[in-house]
Write a protein that binds this ligand. Structure first.
Ligand code: NAD
Length: 490
């Protein structure tokens, strides 16, 4: 492997890690490649540079994936299951180092990223099992003298494009079902956060046959080259809505399938009969997880009039106690934003809010220290039509709206373009059942927030995209059905 750039304080397990493309089981660097600067969000200092793959490198990656597909698509479910279990073992063993690498690159608290590791190992193991128990529609004899068979087959080469907030989780959400279904992969992490994905490729190198997983590094131009490539049959993106729309439009030219996990603006309805103490504590974590850069973050609280003051007081008390600090400190609960650009975006929302009736209950400013730190911010008095309610801030900013009735709470909850996740806090089961049907979101939590399960589908409605991650549904998304009709020759 050539040495191009390495992250500061690199964990021992990945001491030799350099940022190169991983194609056909080998590390590749391109001469005179364009580069992207990598910045430590804790300090604002440049810590390395990542290459931006040209269309030629993408072409090589797709060629390698196409070649590998010939054998990989014919592996049995049991064989693919064994590969995934072996990869899960390696991720598990290297988990601590993977977590430190990702935490340093993204700025997420180390304790949070450490919690991701058993989860992604479990996702790999879930698909190792699911690969062996796929359900097709029933085969049968629907016309005299004929027998119909339904074959579930891989798509071929799939392009997986991930964002910067959860590089490993997002990679595994896509990679595990894609491989389990018999596809080969070209994976591109965000230009801001390539390290843990390259480390994942290094682990996979000792398990998977060459060309089954290829990783190309680069920005939107590299992503666009994957999307436009005629050798790629499906694109799965997690990213911004504007990127999703561009990808859906350009995929039309090659009639590619598209799987989009886009933004969110999760409403949480807190009723007067809820356990207010538990809700306040839980939602303070759920609102500021990954510094609010989480597409399901509890960013939009809608609280019933009768408990509004009580809730706001308890909630802000919990938020005030959040430990903000360096991502490598095990005590840190909230780290910096990922980049200068993201920080400026968040501060822009706060500056514009100053000329509205919105009231900042807590925070509201950049922290006086190096790096991209913004205070945990709680805002009340916002209008339903305001940008703080309607748009994804993707930062440590939570709004709390005061509603006078259940009808108003439901109406405000649904009155956004996003449809990824929502929450209900109540002890009234009838109310919860009614609302879970009426809320127009792909995930609804009752007296909980953030929990996703490998067995259950995850994905949005409306501007939050389409297609499901996790569960057997995702295996369906990454495969295609074929009807074979056999007519008796007798
Ligand atoms: P982004 O859309 O800017 O980038 C996502 C990925 O797409 C990156 O790898 C980027 O290089 C690539 N890309 C950019 N332009 C492209 C193009 N034209 N063609 C192909 N690829 C292109 O998003 P981001 O800023 O990295 O991530 C934040 C966004 O992701 C937020 O909006 C957030 O809500 C969303 N997100 C959604 C989920 C979910 O599950 N729904 C999860 C995490 C993040």
């Amino acid at each position: 492997m050539t040495s191009q750039s390495t992250v500061e304080k690199i964990p021992v397990r990945f001491a030799g890690l350099s940022l190169a493309h991983f194609i056909n089981g080998e590390w590749l660097t391109e001469n005179n490649a364009a580069e992207f600067p990598l910045v430590d969000p804790n300090t604002g200092e440049e810590v390395g540079r990542a290459p931006i793959a040209s269309a030629k490198v993408v072409d090589d990656a797709v060629a390698a994936a196409t070649k590998a597909s010939a054998a990989w698509r014919l592996t049995t479910p049991r064989e693919r299951s064994e590969y995934l279990h072996r990869l899960a073992d390696l991720v598990d063993e290297a988990g601590d180092d993977l977590a430190r690498l990702e935490s340093a690159n993204v700025g997420r608290p180390i304790s949070d990223v450490q919690e991701d590791i058993p989860y992604i190992v479990d996702v790999l193991r879930f698909y190792a099992g699911a690969a062996r128990s796929t359900n097709g529609t029933s085969a049968g004899q629907y016309e005299r003298g004929t027998t119909s068979i339904v074959l579930r087959q891989p798509i071929g080469v799939v392009g997986l494009i991930t964002p910067w907030n959860y590089p490993l989780v997002e990679a595994l959400f896509k990679l595990a079902p894609a491989l389990a279904a018999g596809n080969t992969v070209v994976l591109k992490p965000s230009e801001l956060t390539p390290y843990s994905t390259v480390a994942l490729a290094e682990l996979a190198a000792s398990v998977l046959p060459p060309g089954v997983l290829n990783v190309v590094l680069g920005d939107g131009s590299t992503g666009a080259a994957i999307v436009e490539h005629t050798g790629v049959g499906l694109i799965s993106l997690t990213g911004d809505g504007s990127t999703g729309k561009k990808i859906a439009a350009s995929s039309a030219a090659t009639l590619k399938r598209v799987h989009l996990e886009l933004g969110g603006k999760a409403p949480v309805l807190v009723f007067d009969d809820a356990d207010i103490d538990r809700a306040a504590e839980h939602l303070a974590v759920g609102g500021f997880v990954t510094t609010g850069q989480n597409c399901t973050a509890a960013s939009r609280l809608i609280v019933h009039d009768a408990v509004f003051e009580k809730f706001v007081e308890k909630y802000t008390n919990h938020v005030r106690q959040l430990q903000v600090g360096e991502s490598s400190d095990p005590r840190t609960q909230m780290g910096p934003l990922v980049s200068q650009r993201q920080m400026e975006r968040v501060l822009g929302f706060l500056e514009r809010a100053a000329s509205t009736p919105a009231k900042i209950e807590l925070g509201g400013s950049r922290l006086d220290r190096p790096g991209f730190f913004v205070e945990p911010t709680v805002i009340t008095g916002v209008d339903q039509g305001s940008e703080l309610v309607q748009r994804e801030v993707f930062g440590p900013v939570v709004t709390i709206q005061r509603a006078s009735s259940e009808e108003q709470m439901l109406q405000w909850a649904n009155q956004v373009e996003y449809g990824l996740a929502a929450g209900i806090w109540t002890r009234d089961l009838d109310r919860a059942v009614e609302l879970m049907t009426e809320l127009n979101f792909g995930t609804v939590w009752v007296n909980d927030h953030l929990t996703t399960l490998p067995e259950m589908p995850f994905g949005g409605f409306g501007e939050s995209g389409y297609g499901k991650a996790l569960s057997a549904e995702s295996l369906n998304d990454f495969s295609q059905l074929k009807h074979v009709l056999v007519r008796s020759a007798r």
